[in-house]
Design a protein around this ligand. Structure first.
Ligand code: GDP
Length: 314
């Protein structure tokens, strides 16, 4: 299976973007749709910040800073330096100068009355992205993290300001009941040949997408197999707070706990070769090298996962 397959991917930021770039090598870009978490989004300096949308967009456009996995390569921070140095703006959340160009255009597009779906499409196309990039919904459903030591925090306060140190008690998706699934998201799920859940943080990046009303039902209803890729390798997260949050929520830090979290939605699970075989009822599993250390490993994972799923029909 490859080029002609229509693939829809539920995806977060940096971890998910690695798979996204792998998929670009094995699937025709116009057949790829990324349904991106917007639970991390927030407003700052009059600008709407969409960290996961921008990470995936910059990755697909070949602009991403490959060292950090987010932001634009070679960007500078003259505007932030001035905001902080001259105006005393709190320095905890920073944006590069070139990155600010994206934010200015997004803010303008939204203020003109366009939806986030429309504005994202316009930005991505101007950057030459030929895959479809869709926010999970147009409404704002900010992720709130209730912590033992600092009470309820907005996602970016938890993640960036406090460097995900606070102990997580629970996670909420504010106003998610008011969100609606957009027509492009519905159509991408209905027409896909394969639906993937990227190895993104299940609790912070994928749960907000699943909280959009109708999303779980659409995944269950979809003709396409739904397959998740493990973010947990050898009892740890490759990066970020996934394992820490699992432990704090009282879950075992294991790929099986992730597979169970997606129970009722997924048909298959791409486990890692370093993990024990997965045995969760009703879920097919395979072990592949899911550690995406370079471009070759990213493409190999995308190709091997799609080949495995194609074999189901045989
Ligand atoms: P964020 O929104 O920027 O935090 O990024 P994501 O939610 O998309 O991804 C974070 C998750 O990606 C973490 O749970 C990591 O364990 C996982 N991850 C990062 N790199 C890799 C990798 O190379 N392989 C696998 N299997 N998981 C990865």
């Amino acid at each position: 299976m490859a080029l002609a397959t229509r693939v829809a991917v539920l995806i977060g930021g940096v971890g998910g973007a690695k798979l996204a770039s792998g998929l670009m090598h094995v699937v025709a870009p116009e057949r790829l749709t990324f349904i991106v978490n917007t639970g991390d989004d927030f407003w700052r300096l009059g600008l709407k910040i969409c960290p996961d949308l921008d990470t995936v967009m910059y990755t697909l456009a070949g602009l991403v800073n490959r060292e950090t996995g987010w932001g634009i390569a070679g960007d500078e921070t003259a505007v932030m330096d001035s905001l902080e140095g001259h105006y005393g703006v709190e320095p905890w959340f920073r944006l590069g100068d070139k990155d600010l160009a994206t934010h200015l255009l997004r803010a303008q597009g939204l203020r003109q009355g366009n939806s986030l779906t429309e504005v994202t499409d316009c930005l991505a196309r101007r950057l030459g992205v030929s895959a479809r990039l869709l926010p999970m919904c147009d409404e704002e459903t900010p992720t709130l993290v209730d912590t033992a030591d600092r009470g309820e925090l907005g996602f970016q306060e938890y993640f960036v300001k406090h460097s995900w140190r606070p102990i997580v008690k629970s996670i909420k998706h504010k106003d998610c009941e008011k969100a609606t699934m957009s027509a492009p998201v519905s159509s991408a799920l209905e027409t896909a040949d394969v639906i993937l859940i990227a190895p993104s943080n299940p609790w912070l990046s994928v749960a907000p997408i699943l909280a959009v009303p109708g999303m779980r039902q659409a995944l269950k209803r979809a003709d396409a197999p739904v397959v998740a890729i493990t973010p947990i390798i050898a009892g740890a997260a490759v990066k970020g707070p996934t394992a820490k949050i699992m432990a704090e929520l009282g879950l075992p830090v294991s790929e099986a706990a992730v597979a169970r979290f997606y129970g009722g939605i997924i048909d298959g699970f791409v486990n890692d070769i370093r993990n024990e075989p997965l045995r969760v009822e009703g879920i097919r599993a395979v072990r592949l090298n899911t550690l995406m250390t370079d471009d070759a490993a990213k493409a190999a994972l995308a190709r091997d996962a799609l080949d495995w799923i194609a074999g189901w029909a045989a």
